[in-house]
Design a binder for this molecule. Structure first.
Ligand code: CP
Ligand code: NVA
Length: 306
């Protein structure tokens, strides 16, 4: 029978500050080759992808295998979910076969419904609202590159999208300073923002220069996310002036790092010189997806303690 005493990872605040710190320690040990347990031996992860993916798909599949388990890639073309089988039915059926589900989809409510009906851990691999695994990888990168996030100033330049919302959730849990420069009409989620502003210095401004001034981390993402492709032209106009280029990076701290979750559109949200430049840490950031997700799976599915 499936185990009902499980926990999910749908959003960063699902973990306490102490648990997040312990998760980063575990991921850091994994990244340094200091972890050789196989907590997923004999276990399977179902990976549901309703949107495209390179990093999430490969890092979850390889990560599951490295922990001794097995991963199944399920696209809408392969599973009945793509033909309209209800999420709640999919949740109960998959719970009888596998030990965890990673899902990437559109509406965040679908992931919550999956978690409500499943008897196994659910991991959010991106929704229109949030991208929590990515922000854990970003925070691990910040810790490894800058020694920690305490007292650091993080700048977000661009769309108030799933990435921005998850950065706000991270500031809410961990208390660092976050300034987001978003064009009018492209602000982050109001509820997520309001909650964070009670716990941390989180500010939304219009001027990218204001956000970048003295920042330790400069972060951006595409102007049109998956599912918004038909808005590309309108968004190019709305986001003109929001490119992270050399001039903007000069306003940040001398030791500042540049992060981007990828895929990147060079010449739009970031210049070629910044993404390929000496302050860019985007490849370490991408690698850290593997380490943080292995830590999440080891804890949620493999009995590893935090
Ligand atoms: N950053 C990220 O989630 O990349 P993919 O869309 O390739 O998974
Ligand atoms: N905001 C982007 C992130 C891609 C990893 C999107 O949702 O498409």
């Amino acid at each position: 029978m499936p185990d009902r005493a499980h926990r999910d990872f749908l959003a960063i605040p699902d973990f306490s500050r102490k648990e997040l710190e312990s998760l980063f320690d575990l991921a850091d040990r994994m990244s340094k080759g200091k972890y050789d347990r196989k907590p997923l031996a004999g276990k399977s992860l179902a990976m549901i992808f309703m949107k495209s993916s390179t990093r999430t798909r490969v890092s979850f599949e390889v990560g599951t295998w490295q922990l001794g388990g097995h991963a199944l890639f399920l696209s809408p073309r392969d599973v009945q979910l793509g033909r309209g089988e209800p999420i709640k039915d999919t949740a109960r059926v998959l719970s009888r076969y596998v030990d965890g589900i990673m899902i990437r989809t559109f509406a965040h409510a679908e992931v919550e419904e999956l978690a409500q009906y499943a008897d196994i851990p659910i991991i959010n691999g991106l929704t229109d609202l949030l991208h929590p695994c990515q922000i854990l990888a970003d925070l691990l990168t910040v810790k490894q590159q800058l020694g920690g996030y305490e007292g650091k100033k993080v700048a977000w330049i661009g769309d108030g999208n799933n990435m921005a919302n998850s950065w706000i959730n991270a500031a809410y849990r961990l208390g660092f300073e976050l300034t987001l420069a978003c064009p009018e009409g492209y602000d982050p989620d109001a509820t997520i923002l309001k909650r964070a502003q009670k716990e941390a210095k989180v500010t939304v401004v219009r001027d990218p220069k204001e956000a970048a001034d003295g920042a330790d981390v400069v972060n951006t993402d595409v102007w049109a996310s998956m599912g918004q492709e038909e808005e590309q032209k309108i968004r190019e106009k709305a986001f003109a002036g929001y490119q992270v280029d050399g001039a903007l990076m000069k306003r940040a701290s001398k030791k500042a790092i540049f992060l981007h979750c990828l895929p990147a559109h060079r010449g739009e949200e970031v210049s070629e010189s910044v993404i390929e430049g000496p302050q860019s840490r985007v490849w370490d950031e991408a690698e850290n997806r593997l380490h943080v997700q292995k830590a999440i799976m080891a804890v949620l599915m493999g009995g590893e303690k935090l």
